[in-house]
Design a protein around this ligand. Structure first.
Ligand code: PHE
Ligand code: ZN
Length: 864
């Protein structure tokens, strides 16, 4: 550790202790003010374990006004008070306390606790934000019923919301307005929410499976009412789906969603009052892309599904975070797969896992889905906890099968409703409910790293026996790590492309040893194996089949995921080959013949679903190609990929133009996607005609998907249309923050030589601010994660740019600052010159005065 005196403390799972006292009921009064907001909290305590009389409550950034216990005012000599907690003695095993604190939400730039966004009050309490509102036992295993009375100026804040059902409202003698909300379901404080402001409301209703009528309300800023229809429909679909798929019914009379523009994350599942980043609520075809629509559907579902997986059954402590997040991501993935194309959804989920989680699991921030320790819990809302966590649940689902999985889930809900539990209790319930042994499978919870699988096969024509030898290694988990239980979903194809085993879904092999051989009898000729169908486990498949085999699978596999995967592997192989020969005299400027033939087949295969075809036609991204190399050849990758785009565009100009034209003017997401992939190849040729085609699409677009796709092609050129289109876009959407985020992102990701100057210039743009997380992500996050060529520029400018912003953000929003560190933590994967520069950037951050624990933990670990 570099720092000593102020090195923040590490918290360990092994130190978990049940609380000595519990808080069972909270009566909260919040008086909203422009200067100070006063919070009066009446708490009911009762003993939980032996462990003395001391009561310790968390509290940060609070001004304590008074403390009463059992009606008696406690003088300061009888309590201890630090900047983190408040400690006093319990008078008995059951008692009440009344605590008054003052807070200043208008100064809260961290966006945790109670804060203001666009003039409205709102809260964010997960993970440890409630302690910034009042003193409390702010830990998820303390669950209480809440009654919340919000008081304030009714002309400024006509809408006043909190969790539960509305119990009353009116006007006080002094003219202030009040609303009282009662939440009868015991909940941890991290699920508390309060919102107050001058908001518009869109209403609907849902009738549950037992016939109860639920009010559905979406609150947005005035003027945004016409952008809520998709969110509302997604909510109703989610409610219905959770009833049908899992038998889960909603449990209050009202379900509310509030959209706010300043939000650190995507959204928050507060009981009955979800607070959302407006990005995941507001959409109209003119302002939101098809991807935005999909994002809204899945986040609305995710937060709604938390009502059972997260709220009714919550986490015992934050080491169990994947209990609710992995499971809820899995559920939202299932939902989106049911609502749309399951194959395309699976491809996208795996792409996201590979882009964000695989590098995390291979780098200095690797951790198991159930970590053993942390410094700052906010740093553990990671792709590993969420996305790998979801893959682990998916594997359980695969091992148990649909019916037994449902039985296990039913038992889980039955057994643990109203409790705060561990991942172990979850797995035990699934095991007991299904009767399937998950002893070895549990290792997935404690082992970090992505297992690497190697497969070799043999065929003996004399015995008609085929065998597969499969090996698993997990270098990140250490040489002694015991083997994992890995489900390997398998198909065998004959030379005509027909399935050799029962059912197109194939067979499921249980890989449980370091190395294992599986044999198949009665196989008439050497088959082509299709391995890890539908990506049945979050592993890396090391062995690389020959191009012909990939081409065969690409054309014949009945498993759509593996069909896509074979195409991508073929493309990756070609691109890596081009990268390798980049500096040699025989440097190729086009992908190999096998790849070109496979690509040509796609261009004429009209039977394929357009969205799938678009996904199959797209080349793997630069980051993904980089992941396949021990040392990322940043510039060579960019040049190889650009050259490939160009040569494909030139060689298949006619077909691509035909596809472009056929799919234009169709009101269908898949068609738009396909058309825009075609456009990306055509514009890669840099021919004037195609640039003008993009310019025309930009101007004539009737939806944001087409407009952004076209603008994205233009921002990478020096053509006069570049400036014209960017200026037009800004003028057109100046007042729509979410659309302007796209304008920043497109420029942040441009690869043209002057892009770095553009990005630095944008910091001074009047619309840029470090106080809005979406804006930070749209420019700085997009640049660091999505512009490899400029971020990794050998001048070191990109690294300095990022570290400067992290140091600035450290002062106002440490959570957001910490989230930007991880690209620098990948330094081991770059050339020595770049390594030096990246470490220099990390060290500069580490030397900053008043470094937050958030940024300290991420930076310090990244240097290790
Ligand atoms: N629990 C939220 C979700 O995944 C994410 C979140 C975490 C939001 C912390 C805010 C703060 O649905
Ligand atoms: Zn979640």
């Amino acid at each position: 550790m570099t720092r000593t005196s102020q090195t923040p403390a590490t918290i360990f799972l092994k130190d978990y202790k049940a609380p000595t006292f519990r808080i069972t009921d909270v009566q909260l009064t919040v008086e909203l003010g422009e200067e100070t907001t006063r919070v009066t909290s009446n708490l009911s305590f009762s003993r939980n374990t032996d462990g003395g009389q001391q009561v310790r409550l968390h509290g940060e950034n609070l001004t304590l006004v008074s403390l009463e216990v059992e009606g008696r005012e406690i003088p300061p000599a009888e309590y201890t008070h630090t900047d983190k907690d408040l400690t006093f003695l319990a008078p008995s095993d059951q008692f009440t306390a009344r605590i008054v604190t003052d807070i200043r939400p208008q100064d809260n730039t961290e966006l945790e606790g109670l804060y203001k966004s666009s003039g409205n009050f709102c809260t964010q309490c997960e993970a440890e934000g409630f302690r910034k509102i009042t003193y409390f036992m702010d830990r998820p295993d303390v669950m209480a019923t809440f009654t919340t009375t919000v008081i304030g100026d009714g002309s400024k804040y006509p809408v006043m919301l909190s969790n539960g059902n509305l119990d009353g409202h009116g006007t006080l003698k002094d003219g202030r307005q009040f609303f009282r909300w009662v939440d009868p379901h015991p909940k941890p404080a991290y699920l508390f929410a309060l919102v107050a402001g001058d908001l518009a409301c869109v209403s609907d209703e849902f009738v549950t499976m037992s016939g109860r009528r639920i009010d559905l309300k979406i609150y947005v800023e005035k003027g945004d009412e016409d952008k809520c229809a998709h969110a509302m429909q997604s909510l109703k679909n989610s409610m219905k789906w959770d009833e049908e798929k899992y038998g889960r019914e909603y449990d209050l009379d009202i379900f509310m969603i509030v959209a706010v523009s300043d939000f650190n994350m995507g959204a928050m599942e507060n009981k009955g009052l979800n607070v959302f980043n407006s990005k995941y609520v507001l959409a109209s075809p003119e302002t939101a892309t098809d991807a935005d629509f999909d994002g809204i559907e899945s986040v609305i579902a995710h937060e709604y599904f938390h009502n059972w997986t997260g709220n009714r059954i919550t986490c015992r402590d934050w080491f169990q975070l994947t209990l609710k997040e992995g499971l809820t991501v899995f559920r939202d993935q299932q939902f989106s797969a049911d609502m749309n194309s399951a194959a395309v959804k699976r491809i996208e989920d795996v792409q996201r896992l590979r882009a964000a989680q695989f590098p995390e699991d291979a780098g200095p921030l690797a951790h198991p889905i159930q970590p053993q320790s942390y410094v700052e819990i906010n740093n553990f809302y990671t792709a590993t906890i969420y996305e790998k966590g979801a893959e682990v649940i998916r594997m359980i689902h695969t091992l148990l099968g649909e019916e037994k999985f449902r039985k296990g889930m039913d038992l889980y809900f039955d057994r643990h409703d109203g409790q705060a539990v561990t991942t172990e209790e979850f797995v035990a319930a699934l095991e007991d409910g299904s009767g399937v042994d998950l002893t070895q499978f549990r290792r997935w919870y404690t082992q970090p790293g992505t297992p690497e699988i190697t497969v070799t096969d043999q065929y003996d024509p004399a015995t008609r026996r085929y065998s597969l030898t499969v090996r698993q290694d997990n270098p990140k988990a250490g040489p002694k790590a015991p083997p994992l239980h890995i489900p390997l979903s398998l198909g065998l194809l004959d030379d005509q492309g027909h399935e050799l085993m029962e059912g197109a879904a194939g067979n499921m092999l249980n890989l449980t040893e370091h190395e294992q051989t599986f044999t198949f009898d009665d196989i008439p000729a050497r088959p082509v194996p299709s391995l890890f169908r539908n990506f049945s486990a979050p592993v890396k498949l090391g062995s690389n089949p020959a191009d012909e085999r990939l081409d065969f699978l690409f054309k014949n596999d009945s498993d759509p995921f593996n069909r896509w995967e074979a195409g991508q592997r073929l493309a990756t192989r070609c691109l890596l080959d081009m990268v390798e020969k980049h500096d040699s005299p025989e440097r190729p400027n086009a992908p190999s013949g096998t790849f070109m033939d496979a690509f040509a087949a796609l261009l004429t295969d009209e039977d394929l679903d357009p969205a799938f075809r678009a996904a199959a036609m797209a080349l793997p991204g630069e980051n993904y190609i980089g992941q396949q190399m021990p040392i990322v050849a940043v510039d060579a990758i960019h040049e190889a990929r650009s050259a490939s785009m160009r040569s494909i565009g030139t060689r298949f100009e006619d077909d691509l133009t035909r596809i472009y034209n056929q799919n234009s003017g169709q009101d269908n997401m898949g068609c738009r996607r396909l058309k825009n992939v075609a456009l990306s190849y055509l514009t890669a040729t840099e021919s004037e005609d195609h640039i003008l085609l993009a310019a025309r699409q930009y101007r004539e677009a009737t939806n944001m998907t087409d407009r952004v796709a076209a603008l994205g092609r233009l921002v990478d050129t020096d053509h006069p249309e570049h400036d014209a289109a960017l200026a037009d876009f800004y003028a057109r959407w100046e007042t729509d923050q979410l659309v302007i985020d796209k304008w920043f992102t497109l420029q942040a990701m441009a690869s043209r030589p002057q892009a770095m100057d553009d990005v630095e210039g944008l910091l001074k743009h009047p619309a840029f601010t470090l106080l809005n997380p979406n804006r930070v992500r749209s420019l700085i996050g997009a640049f660091a994660a999505g512009n490899p060529v400029h971020f990794h520029s050998i001048s070191g400018r990109g690294y300095r740019f990022l570290s400067d912003r992290i140091m600035e953000l450290n002062k106002t929003n440490p959570q957001i600052a910490a989230r930007l560190v991880s690209p620098l933590g990948q330094w081991r994967r770059y050339s020595p010159e770049r390594q030096t520069l990246m470490k220099e950037a990390l060290n500069r951050i580490l030397e900053t005065e008043n470094l937050s624990p958030h940024v300290f933990e991420m930076t310090n670990k990244s240097l290790n």
